[in-house]
Design a protein around this ligand. Sequence first.
Ligand code: FES
Length: 112
Amino acid sequence: MTDNDDFLPAPLCRLDQLADPGSLGVERDGEMLMVIRQGNRAYVYVNRCPHRGIPLEWVPNQFLDSSGRLIQCASHGALFLPENGECVAGPCAGAYLQPRRCHIGNGQVWLD
Ligand code: FES
């Protein structure tokens, strides 16, 4: 181990850690994030609902509605599109989750 090892980027998770569709809560540099999997795509958002500024999930790693196709806030039921974080129903309709750019490489999800 060298002094530089502290600065090497690390993946957020492996894609196969998540069900399809699925979600996972992760922390990176003190920031709570959620990774959303839809097929072979992954999306990363800050885990903060635009309605009240609180985390979306009540059950760890559960950020999706029963269909698995929408991100759901557990507090008041706001629904968000995984593709762009837009709230399409609920008390903050028209607001957006805060995205973090990411990509998949070697079967792992990385922040850009
Ligand atoms: S805190 Fe998310 S919908 Fe109210």
